[in-house]
Design a protein around this ligand. Structure first.
Ligand code: ATP
Length: 230
């Protein structure tokens, strides 16, 4: 479903990502883990067609991810979602539903259903007055407004308290059970081990290991594995 080949991103002389190659099967949850600055966001943005690679290719369902048509079929959750502070969750989601040409009645049903599933309270509150956890739930609902098959979630649990973190992880797990193909980045092994089928471990712009979690622990040993993933 997703095919990243030799992705590379340079900023001037600095190489942020180099030789990033992996594939994700339909219905799979693929984790990209690594410390700050490892190149996770850069890789995910190239995958989502939001950042032009300096080299290499990213395809989803055989289509170049830089095409508008492809981007319409993706749900991207940025690490920090730019929310419009004066909007309510409903007006915000309506705005994106219009951008994606989701018919009015479908959008209406989908946004209410998703916000209810996410147990978002105070739907009438302005986004600027919401807590970080509430804002993240709205951002997740936004990533689902076009009912995409593929979700690219950049550190969806970052900065959340343990309870909300669990909530977001469990919700993502449910999306996977519903058949979505998901790429999910995290600093922390704890955030991925319950939901990811396979992971790539990044460090200093490169994928240093990939496989399922048991294979990686066996190959790299508990200690080295944890150095990369905590
Ligand atoms: P974090 O966990 O902190 O979000 P990350 O693994 O997502 O980190 P990236 O944001 O992909 O890492 O950044 C990889 C490297 O590229 C970092 O050293 C970062 O400073 C650098 N970088 C990212 N964007 C730019 C940019 N626009 N110009 C220059 N360097 C950049």
């Amino acid at each position: 479903m997703i095919d990243a080949r030799d992705l590379r991103k340079e900023y001037g002389d600095f190489v942020a990502v180099e030789g990033s190659t992996f594939s994700v099967d339909r219905g799979e949850v693929f984790g990209v883990i690594g410390p700050n600055g490892a190149g996770k966001t850069t890789t995910l943005k190239m995958l989502a067609g939001l950042l032009e690679p300096t080299g290499g290719t990213a395809e989803i369902a055989g289509m170049d991810t830089e095409t508008t048509e492809m981007r319409q079929q993706l749900g991207f959750l940025p690490e920090e979602s730019p929310l419009y502070e004066e909007m309510t969750p409903i007006s915000y989601l309506q705005f994106f539903a219009d951008l994606y040409d989701v018919p009015g009645d479908v959008a209406e049903e989908r946004m209410h259903e998703t916000l209810d599933e996410l147990q978002l309270e105070h739907k009438e509150r302005k986004l600027g007055d919401m807590s970080k956890g509430m804002k993240r739930k709205v951002a997740i609902a936004r990533s689902l407004i076009n009912d995409p098959d593929v979700l690219i979630y950049d550190e969806p649990a970052s900065g959340l308290d343990p309870l909300t973190t669990n909530y977001v992880i469990e919700f993502t797990e449910q999306l996977a059970e519903d058949g979505k193909t998901i790429v999910f980045s995290a600093h922390n092994l704890f955030h991925v081990e319950s939901i990811c089928d396979r992971v790539a471990i990044m460090n200093e712009g490169q994928i240093v290991a990939r496989g399922d979690l048991d294979e990686l622990q066996a190959e790299y040993g508990e200690t080295r594995y944890h150095v990369y993933t905590t």
